[in-house]
Design a protein. Sequence first.
Length: 130
Amino acid sequence: MISREFDLVMCLRQPGTHIGYLCDKCDGRCPICDSHNIKMNNSSSFFSYNSIDNNKLTSFQGPLKIVRICDNCSFGKSKQSCIICNNPIATHKAYYCLECIKLEKNKDGCPKILNIGSNKIDRHFDTSKK
């Protein structure tokens, strides 16, 4: 999502010990690159896309790295909100995809999206009126 909408900004502070959550709409998506992960049997283990035979994956990549968010993003009501779309009802744990782990994008910082695009527009019009 961050790669398609340019007015959305990620937090990128030092991640803490709090776990990032996703809503039902965003479940299975990587918060950085917006790719979908394959999940089987409602378990928390994600698998790779390599080979699927008879509805079973033959190559197991193991559980991928869980998303950690900073203390500021996990304070108050935003603790249980979706880290991609800020939906207040988020029940699924967020995981990074295999490509983001290989490229070490999971070490950039807190991946929670701050929607400050409208704030930038308002600030522009406030300064242009003066």
